[in-house]
Ligand binder design. Structure first.
Ligand SMILES: [Zn+2]
Ligand SMILES: [Zn+2]
Length: 245
């Protein structure tokens, strides 16, 4: 696929209803309104989780002050619900590049608003294990990363292969909090020769739930020399037990 080429669906990317072609987003009237509402929900600028206007500040929210995150800041499109959740699930179940591009473009708009966006010089998608990538055809996070470049003016490109997933890991959502950390510990490594020294990296994924996967990727990137790691996710989801990261 050529860089910058957009394959936008002719139907609503969330519910599949016909969508007028002149709209900014390929979403129908109903889903477009629902998405606009989700974009306004406040979140913590440090950990990316839901936060009320008075429960978070530049030094984080009640949650991440108790369980500090390893990354340096986060941006998200919205909470994992409604039209956004439907769009993310469609991306997983009918993997089409165009749907991932819609997710990436929604997130790029949000990224352009944060004050650290112009410091990003390298974008790294959370990798899939190769077995899963072959079954799916491509990595959704890589497609999203490609759309984020335009919102990061100093970025020299997507380092799609900087991180390697060394073993397949069961889906985090099916595991109790106590096992999530063990599940991902050591599951990633930086590729030999990946130029991460002193870099300000943007780590990209579709959904952040417990944060263990993002946390382990951050640890790996910093161990490989990254100076700062910021996180961009399409959605953050609530999870049952907020165990330490
Ligand atoms: Zn719709
Ligand atoms: Zn927070």
């Amino acid at each position: 696929m050529a860089v910058g080429q957009l394959i936008l669906p002719a139907h609503c990317a969330a519910c599949g209803a016909p969508s007028p072609p002149d709209r900014r987003w390929p979403l129908c009237e109903v889903c477009g309104r629902a998405m606009a509402d989700l974009l306004t929900r406040p979140y913590c600028p440090l950990c990316g989780r839901h936060a009320g206007p008075h429960t978070s500040g530049p030094d984080g929210c009640l949650f991440c002050r108790e369980y500090p995150v390893l990354f340096d800041g986060a941006v998200r499109t919205g909470p994992y619900e409604g039209a956004l959740r439907t769009l993310i699930l469609r991306c997983k179940h009918e993997p089409r590049v165009g749907l991932g591009q819609v997710l990436g473009r929604l997130l790029a708009d949000r990224l352009a608003l944060v004050d650290w966006a112009d410091r990003i010089d390298c974008i790294v998608p959370v990798p899939l294990h190769w077995g899963r990538r072959i079954r799916r055809g491509f990595n959704q996070a890589s497609v999203m990363a490609g759309e984020l470049v335009r919102a990061a003016p100093a970025c020299r490109g997507v380092a799609a292969r900087a991180l390697v997933r060394t073993r397949p890991t069961p889906h985090q959502t099916n595991l109790p909090a106590s096992r999530r950390r063990r599940n991902v510990r050591g599951a990633f490594r930086a590729r030999r020769g990946a130029d991460l020294q002193g870099r300000t990296v943007l780590l990209v994924d579709d959904v952040m739930t417990s944060g263990e996967t993002i946390g382990e990727c951050t640890r790996t990137l910093k161990k490989a020399g990254a100076a700062e790691v910021y996180v961009a996710v399409a959605a953050t989801a609530d999870f049952d037990e907020p165990g330490p990261w």
